[in-house]
Write a new protein. Structure first.
Length: 458
């Protein structure tokens, strides 16, 4: 079975005869394996061949390098059984799967099926990125989980801070769900459930069940039959309703308010919350049995501060797709957007772009003059305080006393500035380079030469 794209491989084993047999078997199955040369930029799927005698530190360093490229998928194939801790170490550092070639049946089929699935997964993720915009590693990993969850039959719990896109992800899970005859996705915002009437919102009511119940009404559970029920902010679901909803989820049966008749409803549940539901369970405000029922598969959406490289692509999407602005955007505007904090995450960025787009007039480019004054940075807070002249003088005096000349002092300050910028941007070299107004390549060389940044395996 041929895979749809070339496959490269790296070798970390000295069992060359057995490795040759494996490569021959994969070639016979239609895989065009190509040994990766050090100068080659990795792309697409790759296989790492190793054994129990391989240096795991060397393997993990190679994995870390490969994972810098977002479209790389790594499969580790062991020639002989690996110790359990070694397989977990490989998975923790970015390998997608690990197995021992001679300990499984039909290893060729395992490899080809993994590669084919990854090809289809990447195509679906690329299509998702046209709506759920972002290319950062953590966002791509989240989207991969979204696709996996959508293709499963599990109940899904989406966690993340407010404004990270939980409802959009829920809608995409429903859209990608492959159930035949799938019906609608019904959305219930648990923060809007009114005490006393919340049972009606979920389960419906009979005519005359309570004051103003002038007609029979279906609730969200009935409307979601053969479709998807999305409960937004599940942590806000009132405790008395949790037991009733658990029965509907477990048994597929429910009663309308004011009725003694059990009715049936089959639906897939997707929930979202910005709360720590396990902490709520410990406090007694959320049922433990319901928690384990709704969290069949949990996906955490990263906050925008952990995917700052996605700020510009998101802003470009909002400018063009939502506001129809085709004029260029000045670099200083993107610099402002990238360096700003977003407690409200993507939703806050979207609202800021809306304000800028609304203020922009005419056909010229969008410039910093289009940023509303209320959104200007607090220059007093953002400005880096100038060190005391005495402190600077004392530092320079110390360096001079150590025999350093002007060039050496300048080099030391430059290296410190690089380290501080990288730390401030949580290791994101692209953003650190923007802050320092230098090339990303300079920081890559700094990181490579820094001894304490080398990867070490637990």
């Amino acid at each position: 079975m041929a895979t749809p794209c070339p496959v490269w491989f790296l070798t970390f084993t000295r069992q060359l005869a057995r490795l040759a047999d494996i490569i021959t078997a994969l070639d016979s199955a239609g895989l065009a394996l190509q040994a990766r040369r050090p100068a080659d930029a990795p792309a697409g799927p790759g296989i790492l061949f190793l054994d129990a005698d391989s240096c795991l530190e060397e393997v993990a360093e190679a994995v870390a390098e490969m994972r810098l490229h977002p479209d790389v998928n790594l499969l580790a194939v062991s020639i002989g059984r690996l110790p359990g801790p070694s397989t977990w170490t490989l998975l923790r550092h970015g390998v997608a799967d690990v197995f021992s070639w001679f300990d499984v049946d039909h290893p060729v089929d395992i490899v080809t099926s993994r590669l084919r699935y990854w090809h289809e997964l990447d195509a679906t993720v690329a299509e998702l990125q046209t709506r759920l915009v972002g290319t950062s590693a953590c966002w791509r990993e989240a989207l991969r989980q979204v696709v996996d969850m959508a293709h499963s039959s599990c109940q899904v719990l989406i966690t993340g801070e407010s404004g990270t896109g939980k409802e959009l992800v829920a809608q995409e899970i429903h859209r990608l769900d492959q159930r035949p005859g799938k019906r609608d996705c019904i959305v219930v915002d648990c923060t809007n459930l009114i005490p006393g009437l919340s049972g009606s919102e979920l389960f419906g009511h009979e005519k005359g069940a309570f004051t103003n119940a002038i007609s029979t009404r279906d609730g969200a559970v009935a409307l979601a039959h053969d479709g998807t029920l999305f409960l937004d902010e599940l942590g806000e679901l009132p405790l008395p309703l949790q037991a009733e909803f658990l029965r509907a989820l477990q048994e597929g049966t429910y009663k309308r308010v004011g009725s003694n008749t059990w009715r049936q409803a089959r639906f897939r549940l997707v929930s979202a919350t910005n709360r720590d539901l396990l902490a709520e369970v410990q406090k007694g405000t959320f049922r433990q049995d319901l928690y384990y029922r709704v969290s069949g598969w949990t996906c955490h959406l990263p906050p925008l501060r952990e995917r700052r490289e996605d700020i510009q692509p998101l802003a470009e999407y909002f400018f063009t797709q939502q506001h129809g602005i085709r004029q260029p955007v000045d670099r200083q505007v993107y610099d402002f957007l990238r360096l700003r904090d977003y407690p409200g995450n993507v939703r806050e960025l979207q609202q800021l772009v809306t304000r800028i787009a609304s203020k922009h007039l005419g056909e010229g480019p969008i410039t910093i003059g289009d940023i509303p004054r209320a959104d200007w940075p607090d220059f007093a807070r953002l400005g880096v305080p100038t060190p005391n002249a005495d402190e600077l003088e004392a530092g320079v005096t110390t360096l001079l006393g150590q025999g350093l000349g002007l060039k050496e002092i300048k080099d030391q300050v430059t290296e410190i500035a690089k380290k501080v910028a990288i730390t401030h941007e949580h290791g994101n070299l692209r953003l650190a380079a923007l802050r320092l107004r230098c090339s990303e390549r300079i920081l890559q060389m700094h990181r490579r030469d820094e001894p304490d940044t080398q990867l070490r395996l637990a």
